[in-house]
Design a binder for this molecule. Structure first.
Ligand SMILES: NC(=O)c1ccc[n+]([C@@H]2O[C@H](COP(=O)([O-])OP(=O)(O)OC[C@H]3O[C@@H](n4cnc5c(N)ncnc54)[C@H](OP(=O)(O)O)[C@@H]3O)[C@@H](O)[C@H]2O)c1
Length: 248
């Protein structure tokens, strides 16, 4: 794995080492009434409203790293930076970089060096890629990101252990469906922010939240509902998924 300096963190001091706990994992997702996180077109579907996007910006600003799947990098070309100048200043005042570290996972290594993930902002970038494509991905992203061996397929436990060793204590996972399923299925999620937008997509070709999987929360083990908040025309449902969530 490529060595990189530990990253200053948003949640207070901690010594990284063998006993470092995995980062707190907060999943964030917006979906339609019928559970879709996008439509089947090439255009990005806007599910949140401005007030909710500002809330998401505040959550981002409180995290050390933001993770999305490689398919989201390809489909949405997200910037993954803190938008608010005030929040960026507040982070800088606390000795943090203006935006959290950007993280993605890929099995194919098919990531465009010109994607905004790599070109926008000056945050650290870490790519966890499958062992089989490590060399070629390092070559492709040379100078743009730390490319780390995530296993084959990429193992979310390994990703979290490596992020912890890099000083990440609070990780925001912003999708898409496969990556949410990866963390949920492994029981590696502490909190879920689920926003419901007031319309239907109604197209089974579109991605749904989360992808297929066997999840630790089922009729015999219900998640804790920590909060319901109306934000304009959307609703935020906040679920406590582990005992680490302060609202459990
Ligand atoms: N509404 C929302 O909140 C929201 C947020 C984000 C994204 N989205 C939408 O979600 C859709 C994309 O979701 P998605 O489920 O197709 O993809 P995704 O979760 O963004 O990314 C999936 C990709 O991540 C990599 N990956 C995931 N798990 C892996 C593992 N264990 N090992 C190796 N690689 C792994 C693979 O990349 P490779 O293909 O490179 O191997 C895989 O194809 C887009 O339509 C986007 O607009 C919606």
């Amino acid at each position: 794995m490529t060595a990189a300096a530990p990253i200053p963190h948003a949640a207070g001091p901690a010594a990284a080492g063998p006993a470092t706990p995995r980062p707190y994992v907060l999943l964030s997702c917006a979906m339609s009434i019928d559970g879709y996180i996008d439509d089947a077109s090439d255009q990005r579907l806007m599910l949140s409203n401005e007030a909710d996007l500002d809330r998401v910006d505040a959550v981002r600003a409180g995290c050390d790293a933001i993770l999305v799947g490689a398919a989201t990098v390809r489909a949405d070309d997200p910037r993954l930076v803190v938008r608010s100048p005030q929040r960026r200043r507040e982070r800088a005042d606390r000795g943090l970089p203006p935006s959290p570290t950007k993280v993605t996972v890929t099995g194919s290594g098919d990531l465009d060096p010109a994607a905004r993930f790599f070109t926008v902002g000056d945050a650290e970038r870490v790519v966890y890629c499958a062992t089989s494509v490590l060399a070629q991905t390092r070559h492709r992203l040379d100078g743009l990101a730390t490319v780390a061996d995530g296993g084959d397929p990429v193992d979310p436990c390994r990703v979290l252990a490596d992020l912890a060793a890099r000083g990440v204590r609070r990780l925001m996972v912003e999708g898409g469906a496969a990556v949410h399923a990866l963390f949920l299925g492994a029981g590696l999620a502490d909190e879920l922010h689920l926003v419901v937008a007031p319309f239907f997509v109604g197209d089974r070709r579109a991605p749904r939240f989360p992808g297929d999987g066997r999840f630790p929360w089922h009729p015999g083990h219900r998640a804790g509902l920590a909060e319901v908040r109306q934000i304009g025309d959307v609703v935020l449902l906040r679920y406590a998924l582990s005992g680490r969530c302060p609202d459990v």
